[in-house]
Design a protein around this ligand. Structure first.
Ligand SMILES: [Zn+2]
Ligand SMILES: [Zn+2]
Length: 314
């Protein structure tokens, strides 16, 4: 059973607003459902209830017991059962490809290196792996739920002399000028290594994308993050391995630059043709050096923008 980690005081409503809410609810306006709810529907309802009212896991388990006491068909046993079901559903929807990077030639493959010129017949040489997530499916599921989304063509005209949003910057404007006949969205990539177990020798690397057309208040929320890939480590990827990972993602991104149809909630639950452009990346200096294959930031010519050799003060 799950430990009860939440603070009990969090979910007690001390404003006395229950009575207020009671009078606001008009029960007869809710359509009644004339069939049994599925397991998934009950689990989803319980999760929404838990989040909305900050219920403890034990409270949800008690509701489950209550449902079972009333002989509600498909009622889960406990919160643990709800959680298991939701986790299974979530992972079914976002199955990553487990890809290998050949130690010999850095080719990306699923089973065996299929590069015709590669001599990799040494089975002892273990390939490194990374997880690649489907980008298009994630864009679709975000657009199907997010309300706070505006296409560039619908946003108001902005005076030329100020920049308050990425949409006002040159690069974005140049895409907008090119694509004045079609709808598009833009992505930003973030690549960063996360040190594991306190040692900088062991790190996990994560590729995430965000969508600039989502309002900034919601843009960086976890549910609106697109996972491109994960390098599970434990070592930092080499430049060749980083190239192989970036390449596998840019292949998909290039195909997304063509028009595809997406279902968009914020545009009135309509199907809309969209092009998707990656327009930039945010990285710290070590990650930038890896992704762009530039010298290390502490090396000579270590700047990604200019050709000044730099000085060393020891
Ligand atoms: Zn190979
Ligand atoms: Zn510079």
């Amino acid at each position: 059973d799950q430990a009860d980690t939440e603070n009990a005081a969090d979910w007690i409503d001390d404003n006395g607003s229950e009575t207020l809410i009671d009078t606001q609810i008009t029960y007869d306006s809710q359509p009644s459902i004339k069939r049994n709810l599925t397991k998934k529907e009950i689990a989803t309802t319980l999760i929404i209830l838990k989040v909305r009212h900050k219920l403890t896991t034990r409270a949800v388990s008690d509701i489950c017991r209550l449902l079972r006491l009333f002989h509600v068909p498909n009622a889960p046993k406990s919160f643990a059962a709800v959680k298991r079901l939701m986790e299974r559903e979530a992972s079914d929807n976002m199955k990553p490809d487990i890809l290998h990077i050949c130690r010999q030639c850095n080719n990306v493959y699923k089973d065996v290196c299929d590069d015709a010129t590669c001599q990799q017949n040494n089975r002892e040489l273990q390939s490194s792996i990374f997880l690649k997530f489907p980008i298009k499916d994630q864009i679709q599921s975000i657009l199907a739920t997010e309300r706070n989304f505006v296409l560039h063509s619908q946003s108001s005209v902005w005076p030329n002399d100020r920049i308050a949003e990425i949409q006002h910057a040159d690069w974005y404007r140049s895409i907008a000028e090119n694509e004045d006949k079609s709808n598009f969205i833009t992505l930003m990539l973030n690549v960063d290594g996360i040190a594991m177990s306190g040692s900088s020798d062991n790190s996990l690397w994560i590729f995430t994308f965000i969508m600039n057309e989502i309002n900034r208040s919601d843009r960086y929320k976890l549910q609106n993050c697109i996972f491109g890939g994960v390098w599970p480590g434990p070592q930092k990827p080499s430049r060749e391995q980083m190239f192989a990972m970036v390449k596998s993602m840019t292949d998909e991104l290039q195909s997304l630059e063509n028009e595809n149809v997406y279902f968009i909630r914020a545009l009135g639950d309509r199907f809309v043709k969209l092009k998707v452009f990656l327009i930039g990346a945010t990285c710290d200096k070590p990650a930038q050096a890896l992704v762009q294959n530039t010298p290390e930031p502490i090396a000579k010519f270590g700047c990604g923008r200019c050709e000044i050799p730099g000085t060393s003060d020891l």
